[in-house]
Design a protein around this ligand. Structure first.
Ligand code: S3P
Ligand code: PEP
Length: 424
């Protein structure tokens, strides 16, 4: 993919369905009683991996082009897979599914691509083993392929060592199968789509402070309307905010407060952002995001906001590169465990474009404003890095050529087409 300098971004647009919510809709629908109908589902590679994995567990899932229809099997209706389940590039698929598979009285083997097989899995294996599941994997059980023989779980009290919605969700989902009460305490609130969706599927789950409790129960099929993904909208928000004369409306975006750190940070950086048509759907806040272009200034980003914008950090760094002054990002070590080591890949690739950026052990320091040169850069197969680099091209002196950009299909299949429609 090659991107070039543009004058401004203008128009009304939508982004594809929220990835986190799309995954969860398939998972909860599959273990619910009765049929579920999902609209706005993200047909990105990651969520399609989740569909394939549940088909492998005997769930009938059809896509009529408009809706995804899931014939729920009930809490104990999944079947032993005849073959290895493949989560592809998707950490959410592997980690959340492990929670469900830990509850099944059969053997499952789960693998993924090179990136996923190098991401840490002990973080889910450890609490799930404590609940009674047998889990093994490469590297002493720390890496996929994972082999899970589940069943006979008991509730535990678990304090998450890191703020991770994937680990939290794995334990919640296993808790739906466990005798007694499962209590999870998170150090800092992370995205709470699993908790909200368990409730929307008729389930009982409680939160007090940072503690969540859940018990064994049945769930019931629902209609789910997936909102637009704020993590996908973020690329356009930053581009429009940093480009004078821009005026963009991104319609029907998920605005769950555990996901809106990007809005808070861009406002702090001086961006002109407004929200309109605020509403709720299926227990999730939604609305339109309106961005006008202007000048940005540097910001200090760290602490409790980090889980609320973790996937947006690569594009926030692009905003910081264009902003006047220094931006400091700390407390973001988790970036090292994503599809690539996002601290390293962001620093290396943005440096190639002439951006002044320093690597820190838990984040980055960016000195702005920068004149972005053109050049050839690499996404290292990481969709968020590829899209962040593509946005750099809209501001750079020469064209930016992104190698390995096909990975964008993981979360945003029509990214390039969507971008072309709003640039002038
Ligand atoms: O639960 C989820 O849907 C996700 C949680 C986050 O990961 P962690 O739980 O590892 O922080 C995020 O980075 C990922 O893109 C999606
Ligand atoms: C980290 C991400 O996803 P996952 O962990 O599901 O691979 C992401 O989409 O940025």
């Amino acid at each position: 993919m090659i991107t070039r300098k543009v004058h401004c971004l203008q128009g009304n647009m939508t982004v594809p369905g929220d990835k986190s919510i799309s995954h969860r809709s398939i998972m909860l629908a599959s273990i619910s009683q009765g049929k579920s109908v999902i609209t706005g589902f993200l047909r990105g590679e990651d969520c399609l991996s989740t569909i394939e994995c549940f088909r492998g567990l005997g769930v009938q899932i059809t896509d009529n082009g408009d809706e995804i229809i899931v014939e729920g099997k009930g809490i104990n209706g999944l079947q032993e897979p005849k073959d290895i389940l493949n989560a592809g590039n998707s950490g959410t698929t592997m980690r959340l599914m492990s929670g469900i598979l830990a509850g099944q009285d059969f053997l499952s083997i789960m693998t993924g691509d090179d990136s996923l097989r190098s991401r840490p899995m002990a973080r889910i294996a450890s609490p799930l083993k404590e609940m009674g599941a047998k889990i093994d994997g490469r590297c002493n059980g720390k890496s996929a392929p994972l082999v899970i023989r589940g069943g006979n779980l008991k509730g535990i009290e678990y304090r998450l060592p890191v703020a991770s919605a994937q680990v939290k969700s794995a334990v919640i989902l296993a808790g739906l199968y466990a005798d007694g009460t499962t209590t999870i305490e998170e150090p800092v609130p992370s995205r709470d789509h699993t908790e909200r969706m368990v409730k929307a599927f008729g389930g009982n789950i409680k939160r007090e402070g940072n503690k969540i409790t859940v018990e064994k129960q049945e769930l019931y099929g629902q209609t789910v309307r997936v909102p637009g993904d704020i993590s996908s909208a973020a690329f356009f928000m930053v581009a429009a905010a940093a480009k004078e004369n821009s005026h963009l409306r991104i319609k029907n975006v998920g605005l769950n407060p555990t996901r809106t750190g990007i809005i808070d940070v861009l406002k702090e950086m001086g961006a002109d952002i407004k929200l309109e048509n605020l509403n709720t759907s299926g227990g999730e806040e939604i609305g339109d995001i309106i961005i006008k272009g202007g000048k940005l200034k540097g910001a200090t980003i760290g602490g409790e906001i980090i889980p609320r914008l973790i996937d947006e950090i690569p594009i926030i760094v692009v905003a910081a590169a264009l902003a006047e002054g220094t931006t400091l990002i700390t407390g973001a070590e988790e970036l090292k465990h994503k599809e690539s080591n996002r601290i390293l890949t962001v620093v290396e690739e943005l440096t190639k474009l002439g951006i002044k950026i320093e690597e820190l052990s838990d984040g980055m320091m960016i000195h702005g404003p920068n004149i972005i040169k053109g050049g050839t850069v690499n996404s290292y197969g990481d969709h968020r890095i590829a899209m962040a680099l593509a946005i750099c091209g809209l501001f750079s002196e020469g064209p930016v050529k992104i190698e390995n950009s096909e990975c964008i299909a993981v979360s945003f299949p029509n990214f390039e087409e969507t971008l072309r429609k709003i640039i002038f």
